[in-house]
Design a protein around this ligand. Structure first.
Ligand SMILES: Nc1ncnc2c1ncn2[C@@H]1O[C@H](COP(=O)(O)OP(=O)(O)O)[C@@H](O)[C@H]1O
Ligand SMILES: [Mg+2]
Length: 373
């Protein structure tokens, strides 16, 4: 029996491995592949946008890569030339299409009503990326900003749950014009890409899938007016991450690391990835830096101090905060009330709020008009 989702995942992987020599990017990242489908007979079908500057052999390379996937019987490619694909007024209809990868907009632009978009990223999972994202969002909201938090890391724990929300969001509007109403917790509008995905969907296809639909998804959520949209990114530097960065016009990224991770290549690679795609790294957050003793409240330096500062200096980015390892931080997350607001005067709570304040300053300094041009 053909496991369609698994095969489709492998096809996406195969396409992710085909590099356009002109751009140095995967054909998936550049939005060249769209409308990818696989039928029950094993026939793969997709559109391929071939720019005049691209070598025609690129289509052949894509075909060969897909044909090599076991489970694929036939490959049909509709080659499109840019003119045909960009007739004004013929924009692709916006639909949630869990089994296809729509072409990302070639040049990212502003999502209506959203002032600034900040990605929170890391080299690896488990470093506290979601915790930092949730606390910054909560701190910004409690300081009076209009804030949304999008969970694009569907591998990790649910961001809405960190705000005590376990309901599914409502969908309003007629067919073809559906809008998703975000949940809300502690003044933060919450949305998770996980809502789109079937729980049993194999992990292998989630990455590429997510990258293709993020922008579309952001546009379909009824955020209203937001000053800041914080995006909890999947960890790492794969095509999914790259594509996320390129399909949404980010103000920049916050990198989260831990003292143990500082010395590894993962966080460096992640920082370089953002630089390569010209997305500013707004700052480095060192999480679990030392331990706040649950008994006496004193600070214990566990892994050696100064790693984050050294890494920041070495990579030419700014260390904008250090958050201690504090059992209360985890508990607060589990209980749906981020530390930044449930214990604002604890050392961790103060650190999170200071990071949020600094972030506002850094973004304002980068975009003095307050708009993302
Ligand atoms: N500063 C901290 N102190 C204590 N626990 C933390 C801290 N930061 C994160 N955690 C806990 O570590 C685990 C991983 O954090 P999480 O934010 O889910 O990481 P990531 O999103 O990078 O995978 C969670 O259980 C979280 O509650
Ligand atoms: Mg996470």
């Amino acid at each position: 029996m053909l496991d369609r989702e698994a095969v489709l995942g492998l096809v996406q992987e195969a396409l992710a491995g085909v590099t356009n020599p002109r751009t140095g990017e995967s054909v998936l990242v550049g939005g060249q592949v769209s409308g990818l489908t696989l039928d029950d007979e094993g026939k793969v079908h997709f559109q391929f946008l071939l720019k005049p500057e691209d070598a025609g052999t690129l289509v052949r390379a894509a075909r060969a890569a897909v044909e090599a996937v076991s489970g694929v019987a036939r490959v049909k490619i509709d080659v499109k030339l840019p003119k045909e694909a960009q007739v004004p007024g013929q924009a692709q209809p916006k639909r949630l299409a869990p089994h296809s990868v729509p072409a990302p907009t070639p040049e990212a632009n502003i999502v209506a009503g959203i002032g600034h978009i900040v990605a929170v990223s890391s080299g690896k999972g488990g470093v506290g990326k979601s915790t930092v994202a949730a606390n910054i969002a909560a701190a910004l909201a409690s300081a009076g900003h209009r804030v949304g938090l999008l969970d694009a890391d569907i591998y990790g724990p649910d961001i809405p749950q960190m705000f005590g929300e376990s309901r599914k969001p409502l969908v309003t509007g007629g067919k073809g014009q559906e809008k998703i109403v975000p949940l809300e917790g502690h003044g933060v509008k919450l949305m998770s890409l996980g809502f789109l995905l079937e729980p049993e969907q194999p992990a292998i296809m989630r990455g590429p899938l997510v990258s293709g639909i993020l922008r579309q998804f952001i546009e379909q959520v009824e955020w209203g007016e937001l000053d800041y949209l914080i995006v909890d990114m999947p960890p790492g530097t794969g095509d999914a991450q790259l594509s996320l960065v390129q399909t949404v016009n980010l103000d920049g990224a916050l990198m989260v690391t831990t003292p143990q991770e500082v010395s590894t290549g993962d966080v460096r690679r992640a920082i370089r990835m953002f630089e390569r795609v010209k997305t500013p790294v707004l700052g480095l957050v060192e999480n679990m830096a030392g331990l706040t003793c649950p008994h006496c409240g004193g600070h214990v330096d566990v892994f050696g101090e100064g790693g984050g500062a050294k890494l920041a200096a070495e990579m030419g980015v700014r260390l904008i905060g250090s958050v201690p390892l504090d059992p209360e931080v985890r508990r607060a997350g589990d209980e749906g009330s981020p530390t930044a607001i449930s214990a604002p005067d604890s050392q961790a709570g103060r650190a999170f709020r200071a990071i949020a304040d600094l972030l506002v300053d850094i973004i304002a300094a980068a975009a003095p008009t307050g708009s993302r041009a």
